[in-house]
Design a protein around this ligand. Structure first.
Ligand code: GSH
Length: 205
């Protein structure tokens, strides 16, 4: 028996949470949504995530949405997996920084570049500043390796690593040598390999 349910669609951002769950090693149910059929907009699912987006996670009575929040939550709920940096550890600050940096800086920098605005906003008005700085800061962080927090692989690698992996796959992010080497290290992880194989089966079904 498990009390974890992933509201999932493959391929989608929900695959990031599937990777996290595979790293965690806890059993989980998958509740599959068909995005092409608009399952995400139906009242039944909006009761889970009023944003009408996947992923969502149900853990007992708790519902968590937003990829980075779900990964942070799971890492803290299951500390034995050592995917978190616990409260009280001075490394928790930088760890949280990377968990927030992906959705608030890397992703909007990438999508704004792919879909430019009519008028270029002033750098100061954009939370991420500018694309080149975001890329430079991210490259410097992943370069020393093996992971963002050094030797310890954490939820921050699941979130930032997925963003870089998908971003390069869809040509939203440059294939910098630092990114390629980091993603190459992540792709050695059995958890990511399992999640990818499971989602490939779903996408083909
Ligand atoms: N900010 C959300 C983004 C979620 C998101 O955009 N999910 C897409 C799939 S990759 C989705 O549900 N799209 C369906 C739709 O918008 O109708 C997160 O990080 O979880």
């Amino acid at each position: 028996m498990t009390d974890i349910t992933l509201y999932h669609a493959a391929p989608s951002r929900a695959s990031v949470v599937r990777w996290m769950l595979e790293e965690l090693g806890e059993p989980y149910h998958v509740h599959l949504l068909n995005l092409a059929n608009g399952d995400q907009a139906k009242a039944e699912y909006r009761a889970i995530n009023p944003m009408g987006k996947v992923p969502a996670l149900k853990h007992g009575d708790a519902i968590v949405t937003e990829v980075a929040a779900i990964c942070t939550y799971l890492a803290d709920e299951y500390p034995h997996a050592r995917l978190n940096i616990p409260v009280g550890d001075p490394r928790r600050g930088p760890y949280l920084k990377w968990l927030f940096f992906s959705p608030s800086c890397i992703e909007p920098a990438a999508t704004d570049r792919a879909f430019p605005r009519k008028e270029e906003p002033r750098r100061g008005t954009l939370g991420y500043g500018d694309f080149d700085t975001v890329m430079e800061v991210t490259a410097k962080a992943v370069e020393p390796g093996p992971f963002l927090m050094g030797e310890q692989f954490t939820a921050a690698d699941v979130v930032v690593g997925s963003m870089l992996r998908w971003g390069m796959m869809f040509d939203l992010l440059p294939k910098r040598p630092e990114f390629l080497a980091y993603v190459g290290r992540l792709e050695q992880r059995p958890g990511l390999q399992r999640a990818t194989a499971l989602d490939r089966e779903l996408a083909a079904a």
